[in-house]
Design a protein around this ligand. Structure first.
Ligand code: Y12
Ligand code: CO
Length: 174
């Protein structure tokens, strides 16, 4: 399955993703394609809506201390529901759908989610640190929310300016 990333300001990123009801081969094929796509594009998290499939599914693969991503650390999360959030942390986030822009975002630093795996089995996950941040970032995508929406007014303005500048540069080099 060939996947392409949907990039800001594409309106498709603003859709609310739909619950996954059928855990069939079609879902498995999508998940199987999302993982290599995420690794090849240097991502650590990817929601299905970012590859134009507005369903409540996401994949995560956090790097180890050496910065390496291992297939056995792949997390596939379907229909996640946040059941606990605690504390506050700030982390410089990036997103495959908002390339070349990184900014500090405030989020809860510890969360618990209930979710389903690719077969529809119910699971619970307690997460803190980068995993908790990435889960919240990806769950935002399911609601049509991007990390730039969580910036302060002045930082959002900085983003808009930077984005316009990059578009101009792109036009010049065409
Ligand atoms: C903090 C919060 C959430 C996450 C997970 C989601 N974000 C990513 O996985 C970002 C990936 C990313 C990869 C990039 O590399 C390429 O596109 C080749 C990238 O670089 C450029 O845009 C040039 C930007 C973001 C992570 C951290
Ligand atoms: Co993102």
């Amino acid at each position: 399955m060939k996947l392409t990333i949907v990039e800001y300001p594409d309106k498709r990123l603003r859709q609310i993703s739909q619950d996954v009801k059928v855990f069939d081969e079609k879902l498995h094929n999508l998940l199987d394609a999302m993982h290599p796509f995420m690794i090849e594009t240097n991502g650590i998290g990817l929601a299905a809506i970012q590859v134009n499939h507005p369903i409540r599914a996401l994949v995560l693969n956090l790097p180890d201390e050496e910065g390496e991503q291992h297939p056995e650390n792949l997390l596939e999360i379907i229909n996640p529901v946040l059941t606990r959030k605690e504390g506050e942390t700030t982390y410089q986030e990036g997103c495959l759908s908002v390339p070349k822009f990184y900014e500090d975002v405030k989020r809860s630093d510890s969360v618990t989610i209930n979710y389903q795996d690719r077969h529809g089995n119910t699971k619970t996950l307690d997460a803190d640190g980068l995993l908790a941040i990435a889960i919240q970032h990806e769950m935002d995508h399911l609601e049509g929310i991007l990390f730039i929406d969580r910036l302060s007014y002045s930082r959002r303005k900085k983003f808009e300016k930077e984005y316009k500048r990059m578009q101009k540069e792109k036009k010049k080099t065409k």
